[in-house]
Design a binder for this molecule. Structure first.
Ligand code: ZN
Length: 109
């Protein structure tokens, strides 16, 4: 299980499995944040994720949640759900000319 190292305001440096982290990607500008629940104190906080972090998190199989500032609240009816295909396309897009992505995809397992 991949571990993500981050900092909790209450606990300082913490490590948590990526299964406890949700990556929220904004559909408008493709920026991403990690929503993290601290395993020590249970508090929830958000960390900005840059492109390299997003690629890395997708590569380790993090849960992804897409959102759009244009649709606050539940997604309107008829809006297609984000599919694995969309995420893969997004990842390919991010991975263009990315040495990091090639490196990660070359890892075994
Ligand atoms: Zn904490």
């Amino acid at each position: 299980m991949s571990l993500l190292k981050t900092t909790c305001a209450a606990c300082g440096e913490i490590e948590l499995p990526v299964s406890r982290v949700v990556l929220r990607i904004c559909a408008d500008d493709r920026s991403g944040v990690c929503v993290i629940r601290c395993p020590e104190c249970g508090s929830r906080f958000v960390k900005e994720a840059n492109d390299a972090m997003i690629v890395m998190l997708l590569a380790v199989g993090i849960e992804v949640s897409m959102w759009s500032s244009g649709s606050a609240g539940p997604a309107p009816e008829g809006l297609p759900a984000i599919s694995a295909h969309d995420i893969e396309a997004f990842r390919r897009n991010l991975g263009k000319d990315s040495e990091l992505l090639r490196h990660l995809e070359g890892l075994p397992g």
